[in-house]
Write a protein that binds this ligand. Structure first.
Ligand code: NAD
Ligand code: UDP
Length: 312
């Protein structure tokens, strides 16, 4: 198949491109390099089945493809809050452009949605039928509401125009090729630990997150795209093992053998207090569940960041 990956030069996108090429597909990676980097895909450039297009999905584009994975959107709070208006445009106009393309060329399209559609959830763990608790006017809203509208657009293009859609709600995913400067908790804590600097825990560190290793997530994403049982989602993809952020910091200090101490900083506005996916649907309908435990995944990620530091 010929497969378009928007945001293909980003963290998840680059792993997806690599995996799809490995399966023998032609892959078009589309990216505006806002948070992505050529370094993430440099090893794919010599593959004659790989093409790279510098493009912003806020603008329409016409490409003959069979599948569209729509991943283009900054994912870390620091990056999506840098230019919030642009974040909304990327989610909303990007979804309209990609859905228009899917409609025109009759491609199947998968939307990378997020656990953020549940906001600061009152239901725990989060199931797909929970409508969420999202602040529409806060500093996270550009991302949360943008992603919610993108889901709405997916469903409406499906109902109105019969577009073949899939929606996944990704919970915190980590692994090699996360950007060093993107401010997410995994990259921040690992880099701070490797440098023996203070680990910046926001609030009292009692908020929880559930972390999924990237290879597990990519497997779930492809299974969802290729399921032909009429299951369009939304489906939660993530690892249900939940940690407080303080426990997470301590784990990283232990694994790295760092001398870092914990430094408590103010909790950002609207920071969700708890997050854990209910993955019953993914288990039952996709036969999917994560395989990589947190310690193993963290060691691989730490090795990646340590090697980058050595190379300078
Ligand atoms: P990332 O920032 O590494 O990747 C996003 C990519 O999209 C980057 O390469 C960036 O340059 C590109 N991009 C951004 N705006 C664009 C635009 N207007 N046009 C073209 N390209 C654009 O983030 P990631 O972690 O790889 O996330 C990928 C997708 O998965 C995002 O849609 C994100 O919302 C979603 N997601 C990720 C997580 C996670 O934990 N990693 C969790 C939930 C959802
Ligand atoms: N966090 C933290 N220190 C950091 C970065 C993040 O304590 O240096 C916390 C943040 O407040 C949140 C959690 O870690 O509670 C996950 O943050 P991240 O930005 O990775 O993703 P989120 O799940 O909030 O989108």
């Amino acid at each position: 198949m010929r497969i378009l990956v928007t945001g293909g030069a980003g963290f998840l996108g680059s792993h997806l491109c690599e995996r799809l090429l490995g399966e023998g597909h032609d892959v078009i990676c589309l990216d505006n390099f806002f948070t992505g980097s050529k370094n993430n895909i440099i090893h794919l450039m010599d593959n004659h089945r790989f093409e790279l297009i510098r493009h912003d999905i806020v603008e329409p584009i016409l490409l003959e493809v069979d599948r569209i994975y729509n991943l283009a959107c900054p994912a870390s709070p620091v990056h999506y809050q840098y230019n919030p208006v642009k974040t909304v445009k990327t989610s909303v106009m990007g979804a309209i452009n990609m859905l228009g393309l899917a409609k025109r060329v009759k491609a199947r399209i998968l939307q990378a949605s997020t656990s953020e559609v549940y906001g600061d959830p009152h239901v725990h763990p989060q199931k797909e039928d929970y409508w969420g608790n999202v602040n529409p006017i806060g500093i996270r809203s550009c991302y949360d509401e943008g992603k919610r509208v993108a889901e709405t657009l997916m469903m409406d293009y499906h109902r109105q125009n019969n577009v073949d859609i899939r929606i996944i709600r990704i919970f915190n995913t980590y692994g090699p090729r996360m950007a060093e400067n993107d401010g997410r908790v995994v990259s921040n804590f690992i880099l701070q630990a490797l440098r023996n600097e203070a680990i910046t825990v926001f609030g009292e560190g009692q908020q929880t997150r559930s972390f999924c290793f990237v290879s597990d997530l990519i497997e779930g994403m492809i299974r969802m795209m290729e399921n032909d049982q009429g299951f369009i989602g939304p489906v939660n993809l993530g690892n249900p093992v939940e940690n407080t952020i303080l426990e997470f910091a301590e784990k990283i200090v232990t694994i790295t053998g760092s001398s870092s101490r914990i430094d408590f900083k103010p909790l950002p506005q609207d920071d969700p207090k708890q997050r854990q996916p209910d993955i019953t649907q993914a288990r039952q309908k996709l036969g999917w569940q994560p395989k990589v435990d947190l310690e193993t995944g963290l060691k691989r990620t730490i090795d990646y960041f340590a090697a980058r530091r050595t190379r300078g």
